[in-house]
Write a protein that binds this ligand. Structure first.
Ligand code: SF4
Ligand code: FES
Length: 247
């Protein structure tokens, strides 16, 4: 398959970027999107040109390191799929593919398609953990957890922290990410004692990091590669209200 790539090229955080054009010829349909970029980069290096900088790690949809906006969609057009699991067979031969970095004030571009997502780490640092001493691992059934809560907590814990929800939101809000982290802990007995302080601290950190507010557009849920539900944003808002009443 042959493609024309229109790729965002930006030498550094303070440099002005622009869309470059690169041909990606003779690509196997079974190549993943990131493998296609690897092939293009090898060819660029052979010609002595600068390769395209992009983030990646596991390449199996679990680490959250990859991600670009492809033809206007975060992680590309395929639902419930990270960019590393998108394959070139889902495009048409001859396509022009636009590849851009996540766009959000809280995610400054470092180089080409790589953005600084440490603002998400700042939210986690503000409360995305349990600070109680829990000792060594207890027996699986020692702490009873209602089945519904266990299932919901697992759904929330599916979030891989990729930031696609931020990149898709017209407000560049990190509410889906933050709410998933809050719910995965708040729904379990171990997370309950710090539940209301956690929500207050993490939402404050989210606002301080420069993320926008949620106005229920729903782009986050539509684009999330792990299909995290916006119901968790309602969970966050209920806890935030309770934490204000408690104060
Ligand atoms: S909620 Fe979904 S889109 Fe947002 S960071 Fe988590 S996995 Fe990525
Ligand atoms: S590289 Fe780990 S999720 Fe894509």
């Amino acid at each position: 398959m042959d493609f024309t790539l229109r790729v965002w090229r930006q030498a550094g955080p303070k440099t002005k970027g622009k869309l470059g054009q690169i041909a990606a010829k003779d690509i196997s349909p079974d190549t993943s999107f990131l493998e296609m970029l690897d092939i293009v980069n090898e060819r660029l290096l052979e010609k002595g040109e600068e390769p395209i900088a992009f983030d990646h790690d596991c390449r199996e949809g679990i680490c959250g390191a990859c991600g670009c906006v492809v033809n206007g969609f975060a992680h590309g057009h395929q639902e419930g799929t990270t960019l590393c699991q998108l394959h070139m067979r889902s495009f048409s031969n001859g396509d022009t593919i636009y590849i851009e970095p996540w766009r959000a004030r809280a995610f400054p571009v470092l180089k080409d398609l790589i953005v600084d997502r440490s603002a998400l780490d700042a939210i986690i640092t503000a409360g995305g953990y349990i600070s109680l001493r829990t000792g060594s691992a207890p027996d699986g059934n020692a702490i009873a957890v209602p089945k519904d809560n266990a299932d919901l907590a697992m759904d929330a814990a599916a979030c891989i922290g990729c930031g696609a929800c931020v990149a898709s939101c017209p407000n560049a809000s990190a509410m889906l990410f933050t709410s998933a982290k809050i719910a995965q802990l708040g729904l379990l007995p171990q997370g309950a004692p710090e539940r209301l302080d956690r929500v207050k601290n993490m939402v404050t950190a989210m606002e301080d990091a420069g993320f926008g507010s949620c106005t229920n557009h729903g782009e986050c849920e539509a684009t999330c590669p792990k299909e995290v539900s916006m119901d968790f944003i309602a969970f966050l808002n209920r806890d935030l209200m309770k934490s204000a009443i408690k104060k």
